[in-house]
Write a new protein. Structure first.
Length: 117
């Protein structure tokens, strides 16, 4: 009797966990050189930060691309678009399966001071 109850509870727990959509996905944001402060946004709205780089940002899952914008004193701002790869929905999940690239690297260009003449 107890054995059946234990297997039933374990089975229901496993099935219940399968239907929950993930809340976010991780993106490693890196810059060359490191130490920048980055804001990730979607549709003009900030959704995550990564600072100082390299850092992991957790972004909500969506089918829209993510824009990474990075700043560091002495360097020009840099930005990159992280496009999603959307796979079709599965009827038992009920939501689109979206994955972003797991990492993005932005190259920061140094500002050069004007040389006196």
């Amino acid at each position: 009797m107890w054995r059946k109850l234990i297997f039933t509870v374990l089975g229901l727990t496993t099935v219940a966990g399968c239907g929950m959509p993930p809340k976010g996905t991780e993106i490693l944001v890196d810059t060359a050189p490191p130490g920048a402060s980055c804001v990730l946004s979607r549709g003009g709205q900030p959704i995550a930060t990564a600072e100082p780089t390299p850092a992991i940002a957790i972004v909500p899952i969506d089918t829209a691309p993510v824009l990474a914008q990075c700043r560091r004193p002495g360097f020009a701002d840099a930005e990159a678009v992280v496009p999603p790869a959307v796979r079709p929905s599965y009827p038992w999940f009920g939501y689109p399966v979206t994955e972003y690239r797991s990492a993005v690297t932005l190259v920061m260009t140094p500002h050069f001071a004007a040389l006196p003449r």
